[in-house]
Write a protein that binds this ligand. Structure first.
Ligand code: NAP
Length: 352
């Protein structure tokens, strides 16, 4: 089959090799074999190719590896103990970083990690959704303490609402959970688009780094969907300032992987865990403010994908894709991603 091998970790796109003679994987037990119509590039792919999470990936896989965390396609073979799916089913899936990826023509995935894709979306549209939406779903439904669950009156800011995770969160908050007052930061050129497509109440220019003085101490909850780039402290401070005392901050770039990559899994992972558990204490000391910081992560789930699929089929949510490339144009796709003037997900298509 065709596929993109990552032969080594580093900045150079030449470490990515387009191959046409890779073996097609065989589904075993509860796995299905998916013929991939479309896949995508997530920020995780772009940092993984440079070595991020290699300490964890190396435990299960050896280079060369295939990147790509999500796909939409058709089941063409099933393992002996697959019960819920059959050949010909049109499905979507997202898988964790320590499994072989989807930047190729065929992938084996456990049936617990897939669902039927939304019938009203193309494969290209469907491939833009699973990884970010499952991460966002965890942030909204599983991370907040039970006494802090979102109500229609929770005042919420989504920092970075034009990204894949932020765009899904905005839509879910406004169009499904009917939250009254939701704000977002984004590039000024995305103001009108986000208001129209997500129904967000207020758009704030993230280049006005301080938000507005009026916005300080205003929000009950912030989803911080921007990692801060080179200004992580500044980005964190901006969120803390904007939260009410007693508010909740949910981040998507916890310290676990960073510690593990730096010090190795054995000592790095426990240190990262301690660091994560002490996040709220650190915030209290650093900013003299009582803010609870939690981190949301992606976790695969076919049953959640099924619920998400219904939200698209019922036209409550809409996809947000930008440029499309063929598999053999992967380097152009990453270049486009890096230069990121993109306005939605970058999709990679297979031509069979
Ligand atoms: N832990 C996990 O399991 C997990 C899973 C998925 C994602 N993530 C992380 O979650 C984050 C969001 O992922 P994604 O897929 O949504 O990324 P994305 O699509 O690349 O979106 C990132 C967004 O950040 C915005 N941004 C740029 N500069 C900003 C600034 N100064 N202030 C505020 N926002 C700014 C951009 O807005 P404009 O488009 O308006 O320029 C862009 O829309 C990433 O850091 C990713 O690594 C973590």
């Amino acid at each position: 089959m065709k596929g993109i091998l990552l032969n080594g970790y580093g900045e150079s796109l030449d470490l990515l090799e387009y191959k046409t003679d890779l073996p097609v994987p065989k589904p075993i037990k509860s796995q299905v074999l998916i013929k991939i119509h479309s896949t995508s590039i997530n920020p995780l792919d772009n940092v993984m190719r440079k070595g991020y999470a290699s300490s964890i990936v190396d435990l299960k896989l050896k280079l060369p590896i295939i990147l790509g965390r999500e796909c939409s396609g058709e089941i063409v073979e099933i393992g002996d103990s697959v019960w819920d799916y059959e050949i010909g089913d049109q499905v979507w899936s997202a898988s964790p970083p320590f499994s072989m990826g989807s930047h190729c023509e065929y992938i084996t995935v456990d049936e617990s990690e897939i669902s039927l894709k939304p019938k009203n979306l193309t494969h290209q549209q469907s491939a833009s959704i699973p990884f970010a939406s499952l991460t966002a779903w965890n942030a909204i439904y599983n991370v907040l303490p039970t006494n802090k669950k979102i109500t229609t009156n929770t005042k919420i800011l989504v920092n970075g609402g034009n990204g894949s995770v932020g765009f899904f969160i905005l839509q879910l908050l406004k169009k499904h959970l009917n939250v009254n007052q939701v704000s977002t930061t984004c590039n000024i050129k995305h103001f009108e688009k986000l208001k129209k497509l997500t129904l967000v109440n207020e758009t704030i220019d993230y280049n006005n780094l301080k938000i507005n003085d009026n916005d300080n101490n205003k929000f009950d909850l912030i989803f911080n969907c921007y990692d801060g780039g080179k200004n992580q402290n500044e980005n964190e401070k901006k969120c803390i300032d904007a939260l009410k005392d007693g508010g909740n901050l949910i981040g998507f770039n916890g310290p676990l992987v960073k510690f593990s990559d730096k010090d190795g899994v054995l000592s790095g992972l426990p240190m990262g865990m301690m660091n994560q558990l002490n996040s709220s204490e650190r915030i209290k000391k650093q900013y003299s403010k009582n803010v609870h910081l939690d981190y949301a992560i992606f976790s695969p789930s076919g049953s959640t994908l099924k619920q998400i699929s219904k939200l698209y089929e019922n036209n409550i949510l809409i996809p947000n894709i930008d440029k499309q490339f063929n598999l053999n144009q992967i380097k152009d796709a990453y270049t486009c991603f890096e230069n990121s003037n993109s306005n939605g997900k970058i999709i990679i298509n297979n031509k069979f």
